[in-house]
Design a protein around this ligand. Structure first.
Ligand SMILES: Cc1cc2nc3c(=O)[nH]c(=O)nc-3n(C[C@H](O)[C@H](O)[C@H](O)COP(=O)(O)OP(=O)(O)OC[C@H]3O[C@@H](n4cnc5c(N)ncnc54)[C@H](O)[C@@H]3O)c2cc1C
Length: 479
């Protein structure tokens, strides 16, 4: 099952896909600034999808307004610049695959450099604490390769329709001897929880099998999975996009509560700042995470009810990061590079600050599924002393003594508890792929964007950016 921080979502499809053009913020072919002057478009949500969409529209001369419920931009990307002095630490979206061309291009166009993690020389190897034992290095690579081959075979023999109806747990039970209690089975379940954010029972087997089949015959990381991070943090991309859009077009603390379409115009009911207001617009792009849409009255929006319902029903991961600051990476001198997967509270781990020069380091622990829901503490804020102590004891089992250089101030980011996200990222439930709405088209004056609306890269920042750019193209074609 793949790489140190988890198997990659939708890789197999990704390789074949990519229908949406990844053009830069300002350079859409054949588009002249001012061409759509006079037209007004409102974008709801200032995560990467909303910002990428708005940047395109502004570049095309459209009068754009963005409404964002939080008092910050970036949505499910969030960079902590305070945990370790001088370092950036990602609390949400973090890694960029080599194949994530829209993200890479957007960063390049905005002059934002990427940190190439493959170029970093981190001492030590990965260690997985599974079934009560520490397993070193590539102990799982043999069974991993066999599982990938089985996935490639089943994709052909069983077919995507039947796999789509099956849960990942049901498929893994057939494919892994000793499921669910053998060490490899427990490792596999922990990877699914970390990577897809859901319990294996709640994941469509088709998603898992597709991804694994893409790994068949490939070396670890040969496909460039999780190769890059944004140098300085995702906050740099967010602030650059804000600058290219124009801060005056963006209103924070403004929550969409209803959409009404009549007489060829849309009107948005927005709560705050300063009370409820109504905004009239030509078109609206809604980038809210699926579950959050339930809080918006869409009954008079012109979007069919079954479409709204199926968006709200999209399966969502419950990933949570608990990030611990340390004086130094003491685990490295004990032979552990910080990477690992565990069936304990540690989940997936990695060094959050690798390659950075800062006064200290940080170790990220990521869980999903039930552990992601049950993790103690607030949505975003200080981790509880008990949950930090539990993880440090586990770090001590993987690299004895390394826990002693931990600092106070660990933080938790439990995205399932976040009011404006209600989950980490989308992951199809068994039987769900066939009911995913068609986002390749608008519904009247309403367009949808957001990672969950991208067919090939859903779940990723790449999906968010592509979906925003796709929605902008759809809007421009209709203005
Ligand atoms: C823990 C974690 C780890 C991740 N790791 C990776 C990774 O390594 N690589 C990767 O590519 N991706 C990763 N992701 C996924 C990635 O972060 C998301 O796919 C992406 O950021 C989603 O962007 P979006 O614009 O679709 O949604 P969002 O960022 O959620 O944007 C939607 C916006 O709408 C706002 N909003 C909500 N309700 C309202 C309302 N009623 N009115 C107005 N505004 C509203 C929200 O506040 C938010 O700002 C991770 C996510 C999490 C949580």
């Amino acid at each position: 099952m793949g790489n140190a921080t988890g198997i990659t979502r939708r890789q197999a499809i990704t390789a074949a896909g990519g229908a949406v053009l990844a053009a830069s913020v300002a350079s859409l072919p054949g588009m002249t600034a001012g061409a759509r002057a006079g037209a007004r478009v409102d974008v709801v949500g200032a995560g990467l999808a909303g910002l990428a969409c708005a940047a395109r529209l502004v570049a095309a001369g459209v009068d754009v307004r963005i409404w964002e419920a939080r008092d910050r931009l970036g949505g499910r990307t969030l960079t902590d610049l305070n945990l370790v002095p001088g370092a950036w630490v990602e609390c949400g979206g973090e890694f960029i695959d080599a194949g994530h061309s829209a993200m890479r291009r957007l960063c390049a166009d905005l002059g934002i450099s990427l940190q190439d993690l493959q170029q970093l020389d981190i001492p030590g190897t990965s260690r997985d604490l599974v079934a009560g034992r520490v397993h070193r290095g590539a102990w799982a690579s043999g069974p991993d390769a066999r599982l990938a081959n089985r996935a490639a075979r089943d994709l052909r023999a069983v077919g995507t329709t039947r796999l789509g109806r099956m849960s990942a747990a049901a498929w893994l039970a057939r494919a892994i001897t000793g499921w669910p209690s053998s060490a490899f089975a427990r490792y596999g379940a922990a990877l699914v929880r970390g990577e897809y954010g859901v319990e294996p029972l709640a994941l469509s087997a088709e998603w898992l099998v597709n991804d694994l089949a893409g790994d068949a015959g490939a070396d670890e990381h040969a496909d460039g999975a999780e190769r890059y991070r944004i140098d300085g943090g995702t906050v740099r991309l967010v602030t650059s996009l804000e600058r290219s859009i124009g801060a005056g077009r963006i209103t924070r603390g403004a929550r969409l509560v209803a959409v009404t379409v009549s007489g060829g115009r849309a009107s948005l009911a927005i709560d705050g700042p300063g009370g409820l207001r109504t905004e009239a617009t030509d078109r609206v792009v809604i980038t809210l995470p699926p579950r959050v849409l339930a809080d918006v009255d869409m009954r008079r929006s012109g979007v069919p009810r079954d479409v709204v319902r199926s968006i709200q029903a999209i399966g969502m991961g419950t990933n949570a990061k608990l990030i611990i600051p340390f004086d130094d990476p003491a685990w490295e001198s004990r032979g552990w590079n910080g990477d690992g997967t565990s069936d304990t509270a540690l989940g997936s781990t990695w060094q959050a600050t690798m390659g950075q020069r800062a006064d200290g380091v940080a170790l990220t622990t990521l869980v999903g599924g039930l552990p992601g829901v049950r993790i103690p503490g607030p949505d975003h804020g200080p981790a509880t002393a008990a949950s930090v102590a539990e993880r440090l004891a586990l770090v001590g089992r993987v690299a004895p003594g390394a826990q002693d250089s931990a600092r106070s101030g660990a933080v938790v980011h439990a995205w399932a508890r976040d009011r404006f996200a209600r989950g980490s990222y989308s992951a199809a439930r068994p039987g769900q792929d066939s009911t995913w709405p068609d986002f390749g088209r608008p519904y009247g004056l309403v367009h949808f964007a957001g990672e969950h609306t991208d067919e090939d890269y859903s779940g990723f920042m790449e999906g968010a950016v592509r979906s925003g750019q796709r929605a902008a193209q759809q809007v421009l074609a209709r203005l």
